[in-house]
Design a protein around this ligand. Structure first.
Ligand code: NAP
Length: 286
């Protein structure tokens, strides 16, 4: 498996550490990023730079994409010089970006029309799990395609959960990010309510983390809340996108609408490129 040539498109907060892990594990990886400077640390670690998406598709066996949103992924797949712009039958493309279930099913269809295998593989976990190779990978694929990709997923994540055909994994991803949004909104509202009533945020976060309400995400976000500093691990604008996709995919529960409105307001206030925990700054100002 390690003799195959991997291609990677999208070297943002997630793509960069994920490729580094593949290189460390001994995979040959060619990379392509729209902003070329972001390739530098990976080239220094042994990756090759592809001149174009077509070049990447021609020279690689399995191509992975980790891009912002549905529009970016569609442009990379089916743009005039995109991955599918020339005949390349027999290849496999794995999309790890968070997109709508509808987009995943569409990508599967157009890949199959080109005799290219498609795997829908969004991830749960942010930059730290991406660095540590402990992501939870949600996989929508045929059983045969899942088997092909499993050695790659074993490097990137602590588990790859095969949930069904392409599209189903994207639905699972939107569901888990809804829970993430609820958690972060809940932490923010709780800490601000406590502070207004004389409980320091240090004490309140200690109460949360020491008790049954503490969990992985409360522990991860505690240092940022204490230092009131929110450099993006998971940019707030991406959660607005994901909650919007969940609504579009039919989520109509009591909390999704106010939750979406709250994060969308924070994005409008200029917090979109901050970490998602910056929701607390938006709520504090109200
Ligand atoms: P990011 O840091 O914003 O990086 C986005 C990447 O997409 C960059 O490489 C960017 O290229 C590229 N891109 C955007 N539009 C493009 C276009 N039209 N054509 C070509 N490339 C384009 O995002 P990220 O945090 O790595 O997240 C990537 C995906 O993973 C998103 O779908 C996100 O929802 C999901 N995700 C993120 C996290 C997290 O914690 N960050 C966790 C789980 C899932 P440039 O460098 O040129 O801008």
């Amino acid at each position: 498996m390690k003799n195959i040539q991997l291609g990677w498109v999208g070297l943002g907060n997630m793509g960069n550490p994920m490729v580094l892990n593949l290189l460390k594990a001994g995979f040959n990886v060619s990379v392509f990023n729209r902003t070329k400077e972001k390739e530098a640390p990976l080239l220094a670690a042994g990756a090759k730079s592809a001149n174009s998406l077509q070049d990447l598709m021609e020279t690689c066996d399995v191509i992975l994409t980790m891009l912002s949103n549905d529009a970016a992924v569609k442009e990379v797949f089916e743009g005039p010089s995109g991955l599918l712009s020339k005949a390349n039958s027999g290849k496999t493309i794995i999309n790890m970006s968070t997109v709508s279930p509808e987009t995943s099913r569409y990508l599967n269809t157009i890949c199959n029309q080109h005799q290219v295998a498609f795997i829908d593989a969004p991830v749960s976990g942010s930059v730290k799990p991406a660095q540590d190779g402990t992501l939870v990978i949600l996989v929508g694929a045929t059983t045969e395609n899942f088997k092909v990709a499993k050695p790659i997923f074993d490097v990137l994540g602590k588990i790859a959960i095969h949930v069904g055909e392409p599209g189903v994994a994207s639905s699972a991803k939107l569901a888990i990010n809804y829970l993430l949004g609820l958690n972060l909104q809940g932490i923010a509202e709780t800490v601000l309510f406590a502070e207004k009533n004389g409980v320091s945020k240090e004490d309140m976060l200690n109460i949360i983390n020491q008790g049954a309400c503490g969990n992985g995400i409360t522990n991860i976000k505690t240092p940022a809340i204490l230092s009131d500093s929110y450099p993006a691990a998971f940019a707030l604008k991406h959660l607005v996108k994901d909650l919007g996709l969940a609504k579009a995919a039919g989520l109509d529960s009591p909390l999704i609408h106010p939750l979406y409105d709250s994060y969308a307001a924070a994005e409008k206030e200029g917090l979109g490129d901050q970490d998602v925990m910056a929701i607390i700054s938006s709520l504090k100002s109200k």
